[in-house]
Write a protein that binds this ligand. Structure first.
Ligand code: SF4
Ligand code: SF4
Length: 337
């Protein structure tokens, strides 16, 4: 397995790590087999979240026995000092460990939220306290909005940054990656196969490994997937010309139906969170997390059936998505009516 240094943490993480979302849909026994096999195959970086229901607890079934072999990352959506201190305790209990290597502020999606977490009673303060107490070792941030992550990287408060990056979402190459490199902030890549939209996983992962990111964390829900992904991390070969062409062709086919979460279409006058609608639909269609995605969709403040087809969003989308038509389809799938 190829190991890379995770920025200023100095941790040596496997270039292919494991994302924890899919563990939610396998049994405890299957989860144990998958995580044990990943460790046996040299994967040492694991990323979970408080928000991934029983994912931390399933990881914990293995980590309680093999703590020293794993570099454990998790994250919380709590934004206050008090709230996140409780979340750290809950994570420690679920993961069955007495320290967590990396605790991240999960999905910080606006500058206002960033300001809140940095405030005197904000979540960053809580994580700093947990760090001083030895409960966590390093602090990171995750999100999808470039402007927020770029600002966070320059603050010097975060040792890692986690962002979506794949052959169809190349935004991070513009600023996030060079900035993180310049500030020695360790880079963790989520959504490496665009939520399952890129058909050839091997090409998708090797494409990313050519960038100076530390760990790429595809989700894995079977032992076959672990073997397949670990092999890519073990024998990294950059894409040749023919493979690059093949990858580009497959992306072209995604064409104007795949949302890259750039948010240029926002705001919607009806208050519909358009990228979130597409994100949840991706989980529904490609990750097999149907109940999970539907529950979150139905909990959104405004559902896609509030669309009045004004067309403002579609005229702003640089990828030509016919947003009103596409979100109406999503509503038919997830809207329960
Ligand atoms: S077309 Fe629908 S989703 Fe798009 S901006 Fe108008 S109301 Fe919002
Ligand atoms: S502008 Fe298009 S690609 Fe960007 S978030 Fe909106 S729908 Fe997705």
């Amino acid at each position: 397995m190829e190991y890379r240094v995770l920025g200023k943490t100095g941790l040596r993480v496997s270039s292919i790590g494991m994302g924890g979302i899919p563990l939610q849909r396998v049994s405890e026994e299957e989860a144990e087999r998958i995580v044990n096999l990943a460790l046996d195959q040299g994967i040492n970086f694991f990323d979970s979240a408080r928000g991934y229901t029983d994912s931390e607890a399933k990881f914990g079934l293995v980590f309680r026995h093999r703590r020293n072999e794993a570099i454990i990352a998790t994250k919380s959506m709590e934004r206050t000092r008090e709230g996140i201190l409780q979340e750290v305790e809950d994570s420690l209990k679920a993961l069955q460990v007495d320290y967590i290597d990396l605790y991240q502020l999960h999905n910080v999606k606006s500058l206002a939220i960033l300001e809140q977490v940095l405030g005197p009673e904000g979540a960053l303060r809580g994580l700093q306290e947990a760090k001083a107490q030895g409960k966590i070792r390093y602090i990171g941030i995750t999100g999808h909005v470039a402007e927020v992550l770029e600002k966070a990287i320059t603050l010097g408060e975060f040792e890692t940054v986690q962002f979506p990056f794949n052959a169809v979402e190349l935004g991070p190459t513009e600023k996030i990656i060079p900035l993180a490199q310049a500030h020695d902030v360790g880079m963790i890549v989520m959504k490496p196969v665009a939520g399952g939209a890129i058909p050839d996983k091997n090409l998708a992962l090797r494409f990313l490994m050519d960038y100076p990111v530390a760990s790429i964390i595809p989700g894995m829900d079977s032992e076959d997937q672990v073997l397949e992904n670990a092999a890519i991390g073990r024998h990294f070969v950059p894409l040749n010309e023919e493979e690059t062409k093949r990858l580009q062709e497959s992306i072209k086919e995604l064409g104007n139906t795949f949302c890259r979460r750039c948010e240029y279409c926002m705001p919607c006058p009806q208050g519909i969170n358009i990228p979130m609608v597409f994100l949840l639909d991706g989980y529904w269609q490609r990750y097999g997390l149907k109940d999970w995605a539907q529950e979150r969709y139905l909990a959104m403040k405004v559902l896609a059936d509030e669309c009045i087809e004004c067309g403002t969003c579609a005229s702003r989308c640089p990828y030509g998505l016919e947003i009103p038509r596409l979100i109406a389809q999503v509503h038919r799938r997830l809207g329960r009516n």
